[in-house]
Design a protein around this ligand. Structure first.
Ligand code: SAM
Length: 241
């Protein structure tokens, strides 16, 4: 479990929730730094991207929201009367969710997920959270587990970014470095920073549609549909094969 000193993402989220102007600082292991406003994590349905809005049409029944952040999807679905459990590795993200009224929450990492058979009808991985699978091998292993713990007609909704849809020289150089290290091009090693807080390094996996199809092979799952945007973001709707 993360202690609060390592929970840089949660510290940022809590600061933003309590009214501070906060930027999300993400550091990649080649030294590349990215900064963006954190406000999106608190956005209401009306302000989500069209592909996120469309993805909500596929949600049904008992929902597991993995890496729920500030709980924007969970809260939207809970309000609609769905039975939603939001989980996140960050204790402070979960504190934000509770403060915002989310009823069912757990501090839990994706690796720890191991619910009984037929526990959920929908698994949500929004905000590029396909990335939480971390690697090709881990994605396959966890997807097999998700297959076991969901109902017969369950759906997995996972958003990601096609890493190849970029002309940024820094990202293209990183793809090459990754291939040299035997990693997937879009497997970024990153950590979160905020004030004095420094998160743990972790692998975040961005994948093309072809790569998702390969990951799904042998998991008992298949693509139902891709919801595509004009940029590199897209959402995979995954069903049982
Ligand atoms: C990019 S944010 C997305 C938040 C939310 N789904 C949204 O779209 O607003 C990623 C979230 O995943 C959480 N997270 C990171 N690593 C995780 C892990 N191994 N297991 C579960 N959650 C994790 C982070 O704490 C953060 O809240």
């Amino acid at each position: 479990m993360l202690d609060l000193g390592e929970d840089a993402f949660g510290q940022k989220l809590w600061a933003a929730y309590t009214g501070e102007e906060v930027f999300e600082i993400v550091e990649r292991d080649d030294g590349y730094i990215d900064a963006m406003r954190i406000k999106g994590y608190f956005a209401d349905y009306e302000d989500w991207s069209p592909i996120e809005q469309k993805a909500m049409d596929f949600v049904k029944g008992r929902v597991l929201d993995i890496g729920c952040g500030a709980g924007r999807h969970s809260l939207y679905l809970q309000k609609k009367g769905l039975d939603v459990l939001g989980i996140d590795i960050s204790p402070l993200a979960i504190k934000v969710c509770i403060s915002r009224g989310l009823k069912k929450v757990r501090v839990m990492s994706i690796e720890e997920i191991n619910f009984e058979q037929d526990s959920f009808d929908t698994i949500l991985m929004m905000g590029n959270n396909f990335g939480l699978f971390g690697s090709f091998k881990k994605a396959k292993k966890l997807l097999k587990r998700f297959h076991e713990m969901t109902s017969e007609n369950a759906i997995i909704i996972a958003s990601t970014r096609d890493p190849y849809k970029t002309d940024n020289p820094a990202h293209l150089a990183y793809h090459k470095l990754n291939k040299k290290r035997g990693r997937m091009a879009g497997q970024v090693r990153i950590r979160s920073r905020f004030k004095k807080y420094v998160g743990r390094w972790f692998d975040y996996l961005m994948v093309s549609k072809e790569e998702i199809e390969k990951i799904l092979e042998g998991t008992g799952l298949k693509i139902k549909k891709f919801i595509e945007s004009k940029d590199s973001n897209y959402i995979a709707i995954i069903e049982k094969a």
